[in-house]
Design a protein around this ligand. Structure first.
Ligand SMILES: C[S@@+](CC[C@H](N)C(=O)[O-])C[C@H]1O[C@@H](n2cnc3c(N)ncnc32)[C@H](O)[C@@H]1O
Length: 412
């Protein structure tokens, strides 16, 4: 029935967030309000099944979704006609049940799914140009959202990346932001997991390493505390790695003209003054410059492979405000939008599909949205998606399925 087309499992789940319990009557009322269902559709009855007994179609559809959500472990029945989020779903972070894939929010260009990445990408119906992601690092101290240890890291990550790599177009890229501050247990020696991962991506998934970018974060808090501040055997670190791989270096979809840096005033003056004034040789003749070199005006400077971007990012503010106002956990490991935007521009064109299996507050989706690329992110913790949705309000076609949908219970 046309009037009930928005009555999805996500919509049925939404009114329970922030409530202890909800009677079916309250649920029906909230859904009617939230989805703007006309009164006639609320009361419509029609014969169902062989017996031809007349049922209320709206209530029947809600109950059907309730049963699906119960089966997924999201809802549980308290007593006849009263339901609540299940034990697991009430924890601070609610992981998506395995094999459940629910839409959290979408825009005309992309969508965020509450799902385990493992359950999404093998079924994708099109080619990916860029996977840009920051997987949970193999930290010794677990994050609230969970992470795998060094020993099992590759065996955990590769099966998630494998279907993404299988859907890469020729010359498509996989870009991984990964921490460098991982140590051998109890030792100041750095882990070699990045080297092992690089080899595994090459040997097992057929990817080629294009670049080890350094993301210099000038506002990174001091650390590693144990080895720099307490034992004093290390410097404070100020960078993380961003490893860039492609399935076909000869066809790689990359263009550094899409992410040029503004010329400095000094360089502009240098170009205007005619560039190099006299022939010179450097490094024993390995490098020479002729008179007039660098005088042709160019649109900007080619970016260097050290990207200096502070991690504090005003673009995250709407999500931060929303999380604080609604008692949701702030995401503890975000990347700045500018980092995502840089790779979105560099490694894809308008309209290309960009994915992030470890979505967090959907920073990759945000970078893609801002630059006219299509996007798909998966995130397993529901609360992160509720806050992430705030970053997309105002984007053309914004639709919140279970996140931030303006429902009447005061939580969204
Ligand atoms: C380092 S954070 C990514 C943050 C993200 N780059 C951002 O700036 O918004 C990693 C995220 O992956 C999520 N995650 C972990 N395992 C997952 C899985 N199997 N499927 C989907 N998301 C997962 C975690 O909940 C966490 O939010």
């Amino acid at each position: 029935m046309e009037d009930l087309k928005n009555l999805s499992a996500e919509a049925v789940m939404a009114p329970f967030v922030g409530r202890d319990t909800l009677t079916n009557r309250e649920l029906f009322q909230q859904l009617a309000l939230q989805l703007d269902i006309p009164e006639a559709a609320l009361d419509a009855r029609a014969p169902v099944g062989k017996a031809g007994k007349a049922y209320n179609l709206f209530e029947r559809k809600v109950r059907w979704h309730q049963q699906t959500l119960k089966h997924l472990g999201v809802l549980e029945r308290v007593e006849r006609g009263t339901w609540r989020l299940s034990g697991d779903a009430k924890k601070e972070l609610t992981p998506a049940p395995r094999r459940a894939v629910l839409l959290a929010f979408s825009t005309d260009l992309g969508c965020a799914l509450w799902a385990n990445a493992e359950d999404v990408f093998s079924g994708l119906g099109e080619q990916i140009t860029l996977a840009f992601t920051s997987p949970p690092y193999p930290l010794a101290k677990q994050r609230a959202y969970g992470n795998t240890d060094q020993a099992s890291y590759i065996d955990w990550l590769l099966p998630i990346l494998e279907p993404i790599v299988a859907h890469l177009r020729p010359g498509g890229s996989v870009v991984l932001n990964l921490g460098n501050d991982i140590f051998e247990p109890g030792s100041p020696a750095r882990s070699l997991y990045l080297e092992r991962l690089t080899l595994a991506l090459h040997d097992r998934l057929g990817l080629h390493l294009m670049e080890r970018f350094v993301w210099h974060n000038p506002t990174k808090p001091p650390g590693p505390v144990q080895w720099a501040s307490i034992r004093r055997v290390h410097h404070n670190t100020a960078y993380e790695h961003v490893l860039w791989f492609t399935n076909d270096p000869a066809l790689v979809v990359a263009d550094n003209r899409r992410c040029l840096r503004e010329h400095t005033d000094k360089h502009r003056r240098f170009m205007e003054a005619g560039g190099v004034q006299q022939y010179a040789r450097y490094a024993g003749g390995a490098y020479t410059v002729r008179e007039g070199s660098f005088s042709a005006p160019t649109e900007g400077a080619i970016a260097r492979n050290v990207l200096s971007i502070p991690h504090r990012d005003p673009d995250q503010q709407p999500a931060r405000d929303y999380a604080a106002a609604h008692g949701l956990p702030a995401h503890p490991a975000l990347m700045p939008s500018r980092l995502a935007e840089h790779f979105v521009r560099f490694l894809s064109d308008m309209g290309d599909l960009i994915v992030d299996p470890f979505g967090g507050w959907a920073t990759t989706g945000r970078g893609a949205e801002l630059h006219g690329r299509r996007w798909l992110v998966t995130e397993r913790c529901r609360e992160y998606l509720m806050a992430a949705a705030q970053r997309f309000r105002g984007a053309p076609g914004f639709h919140a399925a279970f996140a931030a949908n303006g429902g009447a219970n005061g939580c969204y």
